[in-house]
Design a protein around this ligand. Structure first.
Ligand code: 5GP
Length: 195
C-alpha cells in the first residue's frame, strides 16, 4: 500500500513544548513539512506571520471557513479560532515522500480522525505529554506570555487533553527535547515503506 495519503497528527497540552520539539525535529530532518495553521489569536512576541501562524481577523477566518478552505477548525481554550488550511496539506500529501504533520488540538485531532476514511487518509496520531502536570504549570509561568485568566483556561484544556491521551496511537513524554524529537521521528518513519 502506498503511504502517500498518510498524515501525522501531533497533539499535546499547552506549554508541553510542541514548538521546541518540532523545531528540533525539523533541524534533524529538514525534509519534514509541518502545516502552518491559521488563528485569530494575537501573535506572541517573536512570532512571524506565515511562519508560526497565519494571523487572521475573525472575519477573514470565517470567510475562509465558509469557503471550505480548512481541513478542520476549532475554538481552542474557548478564546480563539484555529484552523488547518486544506490546500497545502493536499499538496504535500501528493508530493512529499514523508507524511505531512499537523500540530493541532484534541478537538481538531478528533475531527480529522472522524473524517479520515472519507478523505482517504491513514492517520498516525501522536500525543506529546509532559513529565508531570506540575511541569506544565511551571513551563506556562516561565513563558510569561499569558494573563492569569488565559493561563487558567489553558490549564483547564490541558487537563481535558491529558485525560484523552489513550485515544492516540502513540504517546511521547517530553523528558528532553532531543529524545522527544528522536521518538517523534521514529514514530513518523516507522510507517514509511522502504522500496
Ligand atoms: P497556541 O495558542 O499555544 O499556539 O496554540 C493553542 C492550541 O491550538 C495548541 O494546542 C495547538 O496545538 C492548537 N492548534 C494550533 N493550530 C491548530 C489548528 O490548525 N487546528 C486546531 N484544531 N488546533 C490548533
Amino acid at each position: 500500500m502506498s503511504h502517500s495519503r498518510r498524515l501525522i497528527i501531533l497533539t499535546g497540552p499547552t506549554a508541553v513544548g510542541k514548538g521546541t520539539v518540532e523545531a528540533a525535529l525539523r533541524a534533524k530532518h529538514p525534509e519534514i513539512w509541518v502545516s502552518v495553521s491559521a488563528t485569530t489569536r494575537a501573535p506572541r512576541p517573536g512570532e512571524e506571520n506565515g511562519k508560526d501562524y497565519i494571523f487572521l481577523s475573525n472575519d477573514s477566518f470565517n470567510q475562509m471557513k465558509e469557503a471550505g478552505d480548512f481541513l478542520e477548525t476549532a475554538v481552542v481554550h474557548g478564546m480563539a479560532q484555529y484552523g488547518t488550511p486544506l490546500q497545502p496539506v493536499l499538496d504535500h500529501l501528493t508530493n512529499d515522500a514523508l507524511p505531512p504533520v499537523l500540530e493541532i488540538d484534541l478537538q481538531g485531532a478528533r475531527r480529522v480522525k472522524k473524517h479520515a476514511a472519507e478523505l482517504g487518509l491513514e492517520i498516525l496520531s501522536i500525543f506529546l505529554a509532559p513529565p508531570s502536570f506540575d511541569d506544565l504549570i511551571s513551563r506556562l509561568s516561565e513563558r510569561g506570555t499569558e494573563s492569569e485568566e488565559q493561563k487558567k483556561a489553558r490549564l483547564q484544556t490541558a487537563r481535558t487533553e491529558l485525560a484523552a491521551q489513550d485515544e492516540f496511537d502513540c504517546v511521547i513524554v517530553n523528558q528532553t527535547v532531543d529524545s522527544a524529537a528522536d521518538e517523534l521521528w521514529d514514530a513518523i518513519a516507522s510507517g514509511i515503506e522502504t522500496i
